[in-house]
Design a binder for this molecule. Structure first.
Ligand SMILES: Cc1cc2nc3c(=O)[nH]c(=O)nc-3n(C[C@H](O)[C@H](O)[C@H](O)COP(=O)(O)OP(=O)(O)OC[C@H]3O[C@@H](n4cnc5c(N)ncnc54)[C@H](O)[C@@H]3O)c2cc1C
Length: 472
């Protein structure tokens, strides 16, 4: 039997919406099933990075998003005496990925842009107010059973694969039977969003981690007049009580008072650090918070979900189009799980600095300098550099951004010059441009093949690259 859709996505948060767009760009049909009516109207994530902006560029929403961000100058960790423990400046200019390294943003703006983009794809069918409650794996497809919450009616649909982008309490993860690997961080924090009523430039544009064991706290400058504080709760404090306005203003009193701002919300969260032990069982896969959760000290939870979507979409599409075997999907977990683990473990280590004000191994009196973190796909792979790393995105000689030239496809990148007969392969875009020369010189390669997710699949001689067959 022919399934109703190629892919069913459970959950229309940022991960599900990104995945739906990328799959539609690859020409496969998608059903998105989401319990809620609309995107969650309050922000959770406030930061994303250049690699995520590059995925948004592929989806077609980067320019609109760029009008709604604040470029983040960096993060500072200070001890109770005001001494700088860690300095993490972020470059102010456009970086190698073709975008700034770090952005502040308003999550509902991004989610609505992703949904608008999805609404322009006829290959995407979105069913909101639809609660998935069962998934049965059958020969050649899965059947999802759901309740239409508006009508109170039960229904079902079939798809070749289902991806659970259904968040931290994922049904799909439970159906896969995957337990979480617990990375030992379960901390109660109060998340407060405030809207400034008058300018307060003294609060600063940098994020600040107040590493004070008696009351660890984070300050984040949001877009426009939005400001975020995340404040750790003590074991004897009740989150519901601490969320009351009088207690919130008491906690905020060292920074602002009711004359400066109005409270948008104050919500207690338990920050967790967990990774699903299995991201796939047969035709069921996980992406986003269903597969991993991180404390937000690096602002990487949503970023990781969007990277999952970018890694998975082209593989699912290749399998659905019959261009690759089902085994290609196994590389999704082996590539993504160690990558996200690196970020989560670093977030947990930084959380320990914030909560204990401990100097993280720097020379006495000197703040530690954080370098940009960029783990490699598949963890500590033995593959030669730069395979498994994101390729840079230069402006090409005609001023076009590299990814815009390529589209959502693999590409052969090389210096200008004719390509020997027999080396061109259908489906791979050949980009021969002088703007690529500095990078090729640096990595001492004649050519590079990048996958649709912009990660380097092969680097070396032209024949080695141009004969790239294995979609891996
Ligand atoms: C305080 C805080 C600060 C954060 N800061 C950052 C940050 O700065 N940067 C960053 O990158 N990340 C940050 N994060 C993490 C980020 O918010 C999450 O990682 C991200 O929102 C997860 O997206 P998702 O699409 O995977 O899941 P979700 O956004 O949780 O979406 C899951 C969706 O699935 C739906 N669903 C669930 N079950 C079903 C079902 N059975 N049937 C139908 N629908 C279902 C839900 O209704 C929901 O819409 C932060 C998180 C918190 C809490």
């Amino acid at each position: 039997m022919r399934p109703d859709f190629d892919i069913a996505i459970v959950g229309y948060g940022p991960t599900g919406a990104t995945l739906a767009n990328l799959l539609a760009l690859s020409g496969v049909s998608v059903a998105v099933l989401e319990r809620e009516t609309a995107a969650y109207h309050l922000p959770r994530a406030v930061h994303f990075d250049d690699e995520v902006m590059r995925v948004l560029q592929t989806v077609g929403v980067a320019e609109a998003m760029a009008d709604n961000v604040h470029v983040n100058p960096g993060m500072r960790f200070i001890d109770p005496a005001g001494k700088l423990l860690i300095d993490w400046p972020r470059p102010s200019g456009i970086g190698p990925q073709g975008w700034h390294a770090s952005y502040r943003f308003h999550q509902p703006t991004l989610e609505n842009l992703l949904r608008d983009a999805a609404s322009r794809h006829s290959a995407i069918t979105v069913r909101t107010r639809t609660d998935v409650y069962a998934i049965d794996e059958q020969t050649g497809h899965v059947r999802l059973r759901f309740e239409n919450l508006a009508a109170g009616r039960l229904g079902s649909l079939t798809a070749r694969y289902v991806v659970g982008c259904d968040g931290a309490r994922s049904l799909v993860r439970r159906l896969i039977g995957s337990e979480n690997d617990d990375l030992n961080c379960h901390e109660p924090w109060l998340v407060i969003d405030a809207l400034l009523k008058r300018p307060r430039p003294d609060l600063g544009d940098h994020s600040v981690q107040y590493c004070d064991p008696s009351r660890p706290a984070t300050y984040v400058r949001g877009v426009d007049d939005r400001r975020r504080w995340e404040i750790m709760l003590r074991p004897d404090e009740d989150g519901a009580v601490m969320s009351r306005p009088e207690n919130v203003w008491r906690l905020l009193s060292r920074w602002i008072g009711p004359d400066d701002a109005e409270l948008e919300r104050a919500v207690p969260y338990m920050f967790h650090a967990v990774i699903a032990k299995a991201w796939r069982r047969g035709r069921l896969l996980l992406a986003g918070d269903s597969a991993h959760q991180t404390p937000p000290f690096l602002g990487q939870g949503m970023c990781a979900g969007i990277r999952d979507a970018a890694n998975l979409a082209w593989k699912l599409a290749a399998v659905c189009r019959g261009e690759a075997g089902d085994a290609l999907l196994d590389s999704y977990e082996t590539e993504r799980s160690p990558h996200v683990r690196d970020y989560i473990e670093l977030a947990v280590r930084l959380g320990a600095v914030i909560m204990n004000a401990s100097q993280p191994g720097g020379r006495d009196g000197q703040p530690v300098k954080m370098e940009s973190i960029r783990p490699r796909l598949g963890g500590h792979s033995t593959r030669p550099d730069p395979e498994g790393r994101a390729a840079p995105q230069p402006l090409l000689s005609d001023g076009t951004r590299l990814d815009d030239r390529i589209g959502y496809r693999p590409a052969l990148l090389r210096r200008p010059g004719p390509l020997a007969a027999g080396l061109s392969r259908s489906g791979i875009v050949d980009v021969a441009d002088a703007a690529l020369a500095p990078w090729l010189d640096e990595i001492q390669a004649e050519a590079v093949v990048i996958r649709p997710d912009r990660y380097v699949a092969r680097a070396g001689g032209i024949a080695y690259c141009a004969n790239w067959e294995d979609l891996n």
